[in-house]
Design a protein around this ligand. Structure first.
Ligand SMILES: [Zn+2]
Length: 388
C-alpha cells in the first residue's frame, strides 16, 4: 500500500461515498422528527392541535395532536396525557390505544398521546437507546419512537445553571426541559413552559374535571406500579386502588408531596382546581441496573440484570423470567384509567364519564397491546369525521 497513489478519480469516488453516508445518516437522523400516525377510531369527535388552546404554540415543535371524544349524554370531562416523558413508552402506547379504540357514551375524554412532542424528536444522550421500537399488530408491525425524557435541546437551549420553575421550585439545570416539572407553565416562557401552559389552557377551556397523566419509571425506583394523587383526589385514588386490588392488580398509593412543585399531579390540582392523578408502571429501559438496551427490551421487558436484582431484593416491583412486557404495562395503565373513571362516577355521579370499546387488562396482557392497535398503514390516514 506504501506505493499506492490515488488519482483524482479515487478522491472523487471516496468523496462521493462520504457524501452518500452523510446524506443517508442525515435522513435517518431527521426522520426522528416525523411523528408516527395515530389512527383514531370512529368514536372520535374532533381532532385538535394543542395550539388551538394557546395559539403561540402553533408552528413550534411543542405543538401536538389532541383527540376529543364526546358522548351524547352530559357528564364530566377527563384529560389523559401520555408522552410527557417520551422515554416512557407504556404511557404513550396506552394513550394511542385509547385514541384508537375509545367510544364515549357520557361526558368527554380528551387524549394527548405525545404531550411533550419535542422530546420525541431526540434520544436521551449517552444511553445508547434504540431510536424506535416495533409493536406487532394483526395488520403488520408498527414502529414507534423511543424519545427523550426532556425537550430536544435543539428546540430549547441553553439550560440555566439553576432553574426556578413556574411554581417557584428551584431545580437543577436540565429540568427546565422536563414538561413534568414545568406546570403550570408560562405563556412567555421556554418551549416546555409554553407547552405546559397550553395544557393548562386546554384544561380550563374544555372544563376538565379530572386529569390522568401516564408515566413509567425504573424498576428500582420506589414510586412504581403506583397511583400518585393530588390531595383533593385522595378518595378517588383510594377507591380506584381498591377496585384494582379486587381484580388482582396491586397498585401503591402515593400522595403528591406538597413541596414538590411543577408536576402534573400537583399543579393541575392546585392551579386549575381539578382532580389529578399520575399512574406509574415499571420500565426497565429507564433503569440503571439494566443490561444492553435494545428495541426488544423496550417491548419484551426481559432483562437478566433486573432478574438478578429482583432475586437480591433490590426492586420495588415483581420481576421474574417473564420480565415486565410493554403489553402488561399498557394493560395496567388502561386498568388504572378505567378504575379512576369508575371512582369519579361513584364520587360525583353528575361528572360521570362512561366509555366503551376498551379491552380489559387481562385481554391486553394475553393478546398483547398490538392486538388493539390499528394496523400500520401507508402514510397517515386522516381521522374520519364524516359521521360525527
Ligand atoms: Zn415520567
Amino acid at each position: 500500500m506504501k506505493d499506492w497513489k490515488g488519482t483524482p478519480w479515487t478522491a472523487a469516488g471516496l468523496l462521493a461515498i462520504g457524501v452518500l453516508v452523510a446524506v443517508l445518516s442525515g435522513l435517518r437522523f431527521m426522520s426522528m422528527r416525523t411523528a408516527e400516525p395515530v389512527h383514531p377510531g370512529p368514536g372520535l369527535g374532533r381532532r385538535e392541535l394543542l395550539s388551538a388552546y394557546f395559539p403561540a404554540l402553533a408552528g413550534t415543535p411543542g405543538d401536538t395532536d389532541v383527540y376529543v371524544f364526546e358522548g351524547l349524554e352530559q357528564g364530566g370531562a377527563v384529560l389523559v396525557t401520555g408522552g410527557a416523558h417520551p422515554n416512557e413508552p407504556a404511557g404513550t402506547i396506552s394513550a394511542v390505544l385509547l385514541a384508537e379504540n375509545l367510544r364515549v357514551v357520557r361526558g368527554k375524554v380528551i387524549v394527548i398521546p405525545r404531550a411533550n412532542a419535542s422530546g420525541f424528536t431526540c434520544n436521551d444522550p449517552q444511553e445508547a437507546n434504540p431510536q424506535r421500537f416495533t409493536i406487532a399488530t394483526p395488520g403488520g408491525p408498527r414502529e414507534f419512537r423511543l424519545g427523550s425524557r426532556l425537550t430536544n435541546p435543539v428546540h430549547q437551549w441553553p439550560d440555566p445553571t439553576l432553574y426556578e420553575n413556574p411554581a417557584g421550585q428551584m431545580l437543577s439545570a436540565s429540568e427546565v426541559r422536563n414538561l413534568n416539572r414545568c406546570y403550570p407553565g408560562r405563556p412567555n416562557g421556554t418551549l416546555t413552559e409554553r407547552t405546559a401552559f397550553a395544557i393548562m389552557e386546554l384544561i380550563r377551556r374544555e372544563k376538565v374535571d379530572l386529569g390522568i397523566d401516564l408515566h413509567e419509571s425504573a424498576p428500582e425506583y420506589p414510586v412504581i406500579n403506583a397511583i400518585v394523587f393530588h390531595d383533593a383526589s385522595a378518595e378517588l385514588a383510594a377507591l380506584a386502588q381498591m377496585a384494582l386490588q379486587s381484580e388482582g392488580l396491586e397498585f401503591r398509593l402515593e400522595a403528591s408531596p406538597a413541596n414538590l412543585r411543577g408536576l402534573s399531579h400537583r399543579e393541575w390540582g392546585d392551579a386549575a382546581g381539578i382532580k389529578a392523578v399520575l399512574i406509574e408502571t415499571p420500565n426497565p429501559v429507564q433503569g440503571r441496573l439494566k443490561g444492553r438496551t435494545t428495541a426488544a427490551l423496550v417491548v419484551e421487558g426481559k432483562d437478566k440484570a433486573y432478574l438478578k436484582a429482583s432475586r437480591l431484593g433490590r426492586l420495588f416491583v415483581p420481576f421474574d423470567e417473564r420480565g415486565v412486557p410493554l403489553s402488561d404495562r399498557v394493560a395496567r395503565h388502561l386498568a388504572g384509567v378505567t378504575a379512576v373513571l369508575q371512582s369519579l362516577a361513584e364520587l360525583e355521579p353528575e361528572k360521570a364519564v362512561t366509555v366503551e370499546g376498551l379491552p380489559g387488562w387481562r385481554e391486553v396482557m394475553d393478546k398483547g397491546a398490538g392486538a388493539f392497535l390499528s394496523p400500520a398503514k401507508d402514510g397517515d390516514r386522516e381521522p374520519d369525521n364524516s359521521t360525527t
